[in-house]
Design a binder for this molecule. Structure first.
Ligand SMILES: Nc1nc(=O)c2c([nH]1)NC[C@@H]1CN(c3ccc(C(=O)N[C@@H](CCC(=O)O)C(=O)O)cc3)C=[N+]21
Length: 308
């Protein structure tokens, strides 16, 4: 007997899943090989993670950094100052780590205790060790097309797009979210790649006035299901940077996972793992630079995108 199967329009329209776990594995393997070579020549890359929060998403990230760093041969220390830590103590910790020769990378976890100001404290991180691009000097250098570590999450968005061979030059990119850790640096990186960039944020009256024009939509807000079918056109590529913990211990992004688009990064398994891998890569690069003469350490390195 023959039964006629209904056409599976949904899966045909579902588009590509732009996963990040394979890419993350490649980046970690490369970082591990470079770290081993460096250790052989007498310098073990060191990463310091400064924590002043009991936020769940941050705790997960910190454990994941420690685990991945250990496997890659990076000496990782977590400095947990407690959820109510005094801003002056956080600043002093960052200053000490900046002066510590065994430390090549420093990341200050967000969120911070009430009364502590992220950009202000991050200015105590030596830009040469600022592997998560948190010091406003790093963001300024990035915007000016000078050499700087972009925040690992922002860099992960670009790595994922490149890995999946998404064209950026001349295309419409819309970024939703304007934080200094994701939205702004992602916009700068897309600009450097000759995209036309629009940034939407909490004061944008109607996202639908902008997001349907996006060839590439990057969403970094922190609100489950913020982006649904009405926000995107079929052919769009969507990068979901959201990591929202759910009541049952899972994780969801900012994009309704059933949106019909040409490509969507999954949560989990998309931007997240690449972020952790790039933090390690930046740390190993910083360690490599630390072994070179000073003029190479933070030399100006003009990128494209500074012309009109
Ligand atoms: N200064 C600073 N920089 C950050 O980049 C930063 C931060 N503070 N504070 C906390 C958030 C959170 N965050 C995550 C990174 C990776 C995953 C990740 O890899 N998640 C896995 C799955 C996790 C799961 O299954 O629970 C995934 O997406 O596949 C999650 C969350 C970075 N953050």
């Amino acid at each position: 007997m023959t039964t006629i199967q209904p056409t599976e329009t949904r899966s045909a329209d579902a588009g590509r899943e732009l996963g990040g776990t394979g890419l993350a594995r490649e980046i970690r393997a490369r970082a591990a090989a470079d770290a081993a070579e460096l250790t052989e020549s007498g310098t073990t890359p060191g990463l310091a993670v400064v924590v002043a929060t009991d936020d769940e998403s941050s705790a997960w990230y910190v454990r994941s950094i420690a685990r991945a760093a250990g496997k890659a041969g990076i000496d990782c220390r977590t400095v947990d100052l407690g959820a109510g830590a005094d801003p002056e103590r956080i600043r002093a910790t960052l200053e000490n780590l900046s002066a510590d020769e065994s430390v090549h990378g420093i990341i200050l976890q967000t969120p911070l205790p009430a009364g502590a100001h992220f950009e202000d404290l991050a200015s105590a991180i030596d830009p040469r060790k600022d592997v998560d691009g948190a010091n406003p000097v790093s963001l300024g250098n990035l915007a000016a097309g000078m050499s700087a570590y972009p925040p690992a999450t922002a860099a992960a968005v670009l790595e994922l797009l490149d890995h999946h061979e998404i064209e950026l030059a001349g295309r419409n990119c819309v970024v939703v979210g304007r934080s200094n850790v994701v939205g702004k640096p992602v916009a700068q990186l897309l600009l450097q790649r000759d995209a036309t960039v629009t940034i939407c944020h909490r004061h944008t009256p109607e996202l639908t006035a902008f997001t349907p024009d996006a060839d590439v939509l990057v969403v970094a807000v922190g609100k489950p299901d913020l982006i649904t079918d009405k926000h995107v056109r079929d052919g769009a590529i969507v990068v979901d940077v959201g990591t929202n913990p759910t009541a049952d211990g899972g994780l969801v992004g900012d994009v309704d996972p059933s949106v019909q688009v040409a490509g969507l990064t999954p949560v989990p398994g998309g931007v997240g793992p690449v972020t952790t891998a790039l933090l390690l890569q930046h740390t190993v690069r910083s360690a490599i630079h630390s072994t070179r003469p000073a003029r190479h350490a933070a030399g100006p390195q003009l990128r494209t995108g500074s012309e009109h």
